[in-house]
Design a protein around this ligand. Structure first.
Ligand SMILES: *Cc1c(COP(=O)(O)O)cnc(C)c1O
Length: 230
């Protein structure tokens, strides 16, 4: 099942790229493995997957221990400040930074470990869709503040669009975030570090790619439906 799912996702990414006149290499696929057991991640790994997205600190810690060390782990879920210390040495990218306070804690932990941590700012473009994320107008001021912190590097923006029946309903959200992304790059607010636009999930990644996503986060489409009752 996993093999066919990965093939389907790959084909759909390629056709969205073609439709949008983009190159496949512009898009990074994050396999969102939250709630799935390590053996399923291993199966995906054996099929070539090296980037996994998780939304719980505890789950990253457990899976990190038992799976191959050349995996890139991405933290995509809401991150509590008191848990930052458990993952700064394990994750390649944190997608979900939405406050100065969280950035400061990441800075502190990263400094302790003498590392630079790459982060994305989570933007709540569609205000009602999530209780987390920055307002659009908060992004540039926060980026300017973060530029003072030497151990974090803002690599781009992330959004979680609402679940909708028709993915076209999310097109305007993706277009809005892309506009902000381009704006930041043009004004050089980021000193040239911004190159990632993380948007699009199983239900809407093709539309997200058409609107400029450089990272898509796909869970159900690869691993099947999640069961939260186990
Ligand atoms: C769960 C999750 C995904 C993947 O969702 P699917 O609809 O299963 O593809 C992507 N991004 C975030 C932040 C998530 O929490």
């Amino acid at each position: 099942m996993l093999k066919e799912n990965l093939k389907t996702v790959e084909e759909r990414i390629q056709s969205a790229c073609k439709k949008a006149g983009r190159k496949r290499e512009e898009i990074t696929l994050i396999a969102v493995s939250k709630t799935k057991p390590p053996h399923m991640l291993q199966e995906a790994y054996d099929l070539g997957v090296r980037i996994f997205g998780e939304n719980k600190v505890q789950e990253i810690r457990e899976k990190y221990e038992v799976l191959p060390k050349d995996i890139d782990w991405h933290m995509i879920g809401h991150l509590q400040t008191n848990k930052v210390k458990y993952i700064v040495d394990k994750v390649k990218l944190i997608h979900s930074v939405d406050s100065f306070k969280l950035g400061e804690v990441i800075e502190k932990e990263a400094a302790k470990q003498n590392r630079i941590i790459d982060i994305l700012l989570e933007v709540n473009v569609a205000q009602e869709s999530s209780k987390f994320g920055l307002k659009t107008e908060e992004v540039i001021p926060l980026m300017e503040k973060f530029s003072q912190l030497p151990h974090i590097r803002v690599k781009g923006l992330m959004t979680i669009a609402p679940f909708v029946e028709n993915p076209e309903e999310n097109r305007a959200i993706f277009a809005d975030l892309h506009k902000l992304y381009v704006d930041i790059k043009q004004k050089n607010i980021d000193n040239g570090t911004v190159s990632i636009l993380s948007m699009g999930m199983t239900n809407d990644y093709e539309v997200a790619i058409e609107e400029g996503a450089t990272m898509v986060r796909i869970g159900t489409g690869i691993f099947g439906a999640r069961n939260y009752n186990i």
